[in-house]
Design a protein around this ligand. Sequence first.
Ligand code: MRU
Length: 351
Amino acid sequence: MSRVIAGAGVDTKNGDGLPPTLEWIVDEAGDGVLRLIDQRLLPGELTFLECRTVAAVADAIRELAVRGAPAIGAAAAYGVAIGARDDGGLAGAVAAAVTLRATRPTAVNLAWALDRTLDAVRAAAASASADAATVALGVAHRIAEDDVAANRAMGAHGVALIPHRARILTHCNAGHLATVGYGTAIGVIRAAWEAGREPSVWVDETRPVLQGARLTAWELQRLGIAATLVADVMAGSLMASGHVDLVIVGADRIAANGDVANKIGTYALAVLARHHDIPFYVAAPTSTIDPATATGADIVVEERDPDEVTRFGGTAIAPPGMPALNRAFDVTPAALVSAIVTEHGIVRPPF
Ligand code: MRU
């Protein structure tokens, strides 16, 4: 993986002041490269990683340089294209998919994107119609374009859920950085802001990896949307004092019965929201819905390195040898979800 340091003022094709989360570029030697924001370094440094190999893409996903369910899916599809190009067509694509599938277990968008890409590569190989790398790259581009379109559609539908001057609590980062562009939960907030509804956002810091403090805060600041950072443990107090009108989050996998896997801490927010009679919304593209998973109990929850809990910014915050449990996600039962927003519209219970 190589690194590119970029200036602060990088613009996007969308003209929203946010650099592309990920994009396929052609380097000076004429080689295709997956270039992505290294989200581990935000907000301190805006640096891009250039992934030229399947291993580099897999490392970027595993180590959270690129994260968020839709972004992981798109990055993985480009990884399959790299594998097909560098390692013998169909066989290389299949090997790449095996490596990439093993990186993170919970976000179904990863498996969905890999399967979609491999299906197309296999079909092309069976009919000898096109070479595997070209086909895989075409699918990856399509996944990336479809993601932005789905997020904008989700925003357009979701606006109906956001009252004027709503005070919205969100968790983790389900924004531009978690997607190829625009965001899911943050996309709905953006759409409300673009519609002149003047939302303001309580940003949960999202321990232990701080996707809220580092990423959502950075993103909302750049967009100019009013936002205030709070410690995760403040949500109950904010709700009890009447300062939260609704909660909206993204999702990593939605089971067939509507149970929602999302960043650890989401379930606690849903319980709090129900207690305080506050709507709890989930925004996710249909690629996050997994009909093959019957209920939340069947979702594999990733456990990450305990160091993410026992250390903070490189410094130990627990005594040496202290055991720590680090579940990256939890499951919110469908019964606590007020509505799910997808690119096709708003769905209310029963899901
Ligand atoms: O561990 P992460 O940062 O990949 O977790 C991301 C989340 O939990 C997001 O809320 C989810 O992927 C939805 S992103 C649109």
